[in-house]
Design a protein around this ligand. Structure first.
Ligand SMILES: Nc1ncnc2c1ncn2[C@@H]1O[C@H](COP(=O)(O)OP(=O)(O)OP(=O)(O)O)[C@@H](O)[C@H]1O
Ligand SMILES: [Mg+2]
Length: 811
């Protein structure tokens, strides 16, 4: 058979046909003298065949030593042609042979006809000249081998000496390969290299690695030895303690037995149970008190701490739920209805899509406390986890056990706290979750909240699947827009707005007073809280959308009263009224200032919406001599800057009607400032506020301070709709402003407004900036009212000449 060799293949030598013997557990290299015993029938035949001929036999290693009757495919294709130096038949029929490796060869074809293998093999002609680089390589290999032999004590020095003297590179590589303690696969890889230079290089690499390994082994060995000594000592002392305790009659009940009982009783699913048992077996085998046994014990403690089986008995009655929700919260009718519908649907459908509630609203409006009520109403436990500032996936899923001090993630830590599989699990501040290079917590949360995936939640620490599907998740947020939309999709959003003053009074009377009175242990007879005191707290000591500060201040009052009662005896009685409130709470923090202050030029009351509810924002404009610069200060965002530009453009287009010089803006610097710089502000809804302030200061006409306004402005002076109307009007109302200018397009939101706002506030709905000015400016602006030849807001082709008293600048 003639198969042409590949042009670049070093296997390019003669073709020979030889009996082949598969060998196990070793690889035979050229130049190697190997004694072994031949027992297999087919091998004996092959040997006999070789002995009748030129005593050459092809020796190739089996892939798997355990196969007794290998096929051709079970044998490596590269092997060594061996010369049978000696063969002795032994009494048991086996033959003992001594074989010398001659050269490597690769099988081209193998036949198995007469009960043994015959291989057609090709040898190699590759030669390597000893050039200086090759010489250098040989020296390196030799010196590495010397190091190796020193570390590997099982080799004798003589082999080294004989190989050091070798001056033939190919031979050097093979002799060293023969002497290395490597796996069969590694040796076979060396045998596979027909090119002597490549082979020599590979031997050098292998030596490098092996030396490294041996060095490492040494350090580890000495460390292990030290540890063993310590562990032995501990073990001995432990045994002694046990013996002493036995002697004292305390009995010896194995803690492992106890652990085992606990694990069996925990109600884990089958594969989790198996994992726990496996860990227990490992723990039993470890030296007690060793570091790894502590790790293992902690792990088992966690496995036992999370609830696998225990669940609260759920209360399914919707009537009961309604009763609880009403007991705990005033008003919020729509929200309560949605919650009850949600609970009803959950009973009918097993995993309805979007089956997670998310309460969105400003602080202190009852988001967290609604969650607690849901738990109470459904008979579940309640746990709360704050996601604010969570930026690392590991905080949710935990760290792998290989980390020192690793723990399960927050989800499972809270499940442990709940102690049951079906708690109400509140995810607070889901809008404040961050993400950075350590991984995206939002995607981990997605898995937690997805009913299709959360039956098999993976915590890195426990490393078993945990079923979260029985948990009722409830999320809270101040704003929606920072919540990633895939998360939003899984949640049913319920919006809570702020409360009106009247609602706050009712909440205080019906809920907060009772709660705080109970907390201070006062009797009703000991402290009477008059309604006007509550109103006074709301107006003068708090300024908020919710009722958190109100509750806190009421608590403060009760504590002060409690102190007086304790001091003067149980008979003591206090009455808290608006008039004496300052005795308890000190100087009022807020004054109803806006109404009393007189109107000013360039100062306008705007309305803004922020994460914490609505608020009023004073906008100031100052016009100075200058060169047409527009400056904005007070942490204004880009959109707000653009609003200011739009407002200015509008005024320029109306310069004539407003009695301004055509190019008034060239000779002045305009400074727009929105105080309370600590709060970043943005959004287009300050447009008409800024325009009014600008007009007022350019035309030197004061603006009414008892009127608030909000609306976006276009270049043509059109007023566009804004968001957050309810919060904004509540804020105006809180601040004692009862008149507001709003975009006409926001009329549609009237339906959502509380009755109180509708009945007590005068609302102007406008479409044009001109209307805003008519309502808000105090002085006459005759030109504005006059019939104008100019189409509204459009800059005419020819503008009237500037009034003579305005200086004309030439630039
Ligand atoms: N409608 C209400 N009826 C009765 N009490 C209420 C109502 N709204 C809020 N409260 C009470 O106000 C306090 C603050 O509410 P809670 O802690 O639930 O606010 P929150 O919306 O979770 O705020 P945050 O966003 O700051 O977490 C609680 O004591 C709560 O019981
Ligand atoms: Mg809360």
């Amino acid at each position: 058979m003639t198969v042409p060799a590949e042009p670049n293949d070093p296997v390019n030598g003669d073709i020979r046909k030889l009996p082949m013997m598969p060998i196990r557990d070793m690889v035979i290299f050229p130049y190697m003298m190997t004694p072994f015993v031949v027992g297999r029938e087919s091998s004996v035949r092959a040997l006999e065949e070789a002995l009748t001929g030129d005593r050459k036999i092809f020796l190739a290693t089996q892939h798997d030593a355990s196969i007794d009757e290998p096929k051709a495919a079970d044998i490596f294709t590269t092997g060594t042609i061996g010369n049978i130096v000696q063969s002795v038949k032994m009494p048991d029929g086996n033959i003992k042979v001594l074989v010398e490796g001659v050269e490597r060869a690769r099988t081209i074809h193998v036949s198995d006809t007469d009960g043994f293998f015959v291989a057609t093999v090709r040898t190699s002609r590759a030669q390597l000249q000893v050039t200086p680089p090759v010489e250098q390589l040989m020296q390196r290999v030799t010196s590495l081998f010397e190091q190796y032999v020193k570390l590997q004590q099982s080799l004798n020095l003589e082999t080294v000496i004989s190989s050091v003297r070798l001056d033939e590179p190919a031979k050097l590589a093979d002799v060293i390969a023969t002497n290395l303690q490597l796996s069969i696969d590694d040796k076979q890889q060396l045998l596979d290299l027909f090119d002597p230079e490549v082979r020599l290089e590979r031997v050098a690499d292998v030596l490098d690695i092996e030396i490294e390994k041996l060095n490492m082994d040494r350090t580890i060995q000495s460390r292990v030895k030290r540890q063993m000594e310590r562990a032995q000592k501990e073990y001995y002392l432990n045994e002694k303690i046990k013996a002493i305790q036995k002697e004292l009659g305390r009995g010896e009940k194995s803690e492992f037995d106890e652990l085992k009982k606990k694990i069996e009783a925990a109600g884990m699913p089958k594969d989790v149970l198996e994992k726990a048992m496996q860990e227990l077996r490992k723990l039993e085998a470890m030296p007690p008190m060793s570091a790894e046994s502590t790790v293992s014990r902690n792990y088992l403690d966690w496995m036992l701490a999370v609830p696998w089986k225990k669940r609260s008995k759920e209360i399914r009655s919707i009537d009961h739920a309604e009763k609880i929700l009403n007991e705990d919260h005033y008003g919020l009718e729509k929200i309560k209805d949605r919650i009850l519908e949600f609970l009803a649907v959950r009973q009918l459908v097993k995993n309805p899509k979007g089956s997670i509630l998310c309460f969105v609203g400003p602080p202190g409006v009852g988001k967290t406390s609604l969650g607690m009520s849901i738990a109470k109403a459904t008979g579940r436990k309640f746990v709360r986890m704050s996601l604010g500032g969570v930026r690392d996936e590991a905080e949710i899923r935990g760290h792998r056990r290989t980390y020192i001090g690793a723990l399960p993630g927050q989800i499972l830590q809270h499940m442990k706290k709940a102690g049951t599989r079906n708690p109400v699990f509140m995810l607070d501040e889901i809008d404040k979750m961050a993400s950075d290079f350590r991984g995206d917590p939002a995607s981990a949360m997605l898995e937690v909240l997805d009913p299709e995936q959360n039956t098999a939640f993976q915590d890195h620490y426990l490393d078993v699947e945990y079923d979260l599907s029985q948990v009722l998740f409830v999320a809270t947020a101040n704003v929606l827009h920072t919540i990633p939309s895939p998360l939003q999709d899984r949640m049913e959003i319920l919006r809570l707005h702020g409360y009106t003053e009247l609602e706050k009074v009712e909440i205080a009377k019906q809920y907060l007073l009772k709660k705080q009175r109970k907390a201070t242990g006062l009797k009703e007879s000991q402290c009477v809280f008059r309604d006007d005191a509550i109103t006074e707290i709301i107006r003068a000591y708090t300024r908020e959308a919710g009722v958190r500060n109100l509750e806190r201040e009421i608590g403060n009052v009760f504590r002060k009263v409690a102190r007086r009662v304790v001091k003067s005896g149980a008979k003591h009685k206090e009455e808290v009224t608006a008039a004496n409130l300052h005795e308890f709470l000190g100087v009022p923090k807020y004054r109803d200032s806006q109404v009393q202050e007189k109107s000013e030029v360039g100062l306008v009351t705007g309305l803004a919406w922020t994460e914490v509810g609505g608020s009023i924002l004073q906008t100031e404009v100052q016009v100075l001599d200058g060169k047409g610069k527009l400056t904005l200060t007070g942490q204004l965002g880009d959109v707000m800057q653009e609003s200011a530009q739009a407002a200015l453009s509008y005024i320029r287009s109306r310069a004539h009607q407003l009695g301004l010089a055509r190019d008034f803006y060239r000779n002045v610097d305009i400074h727009v400032h929105v105080p309370e710089g600590a709060i970043p502000k943005d959004g287009p809804s300050a447009g008409i506020t800024i325009a009014t302030a600008l007009t007022s200061s350019l035309a030197k006409v004061p603006v009414r301070r008892d009127i608030a306004m909000t609306g976006e402005i276009t270049l043509r002076g059109k007023v566009l709709a804004i968001g957050g109307l309810k919060e904004k009007l509540l804020a105006a109302h809180r601040a004692g402003i009862f008149e507001a200018i709003l975009p006409a397009d926001n009329r549609k939101d009237m339906a959502d407004l509380p009755e109180l706002l509708k009945s007590t506030m005068k609302l102007h709905f406008v479409e044009q900036m001109d209307e805003v000015l008519k309502i808000a400016l105090e002085g006459p602006l005759p030109e504005l009212y006059a019939e104008s030849p100019v189409a509204l807001g459009v800059i005419p082709a020819t503008l009237p000449e500037p009034a003579p008293d305005q200086p004309v600048s030439h630039q």
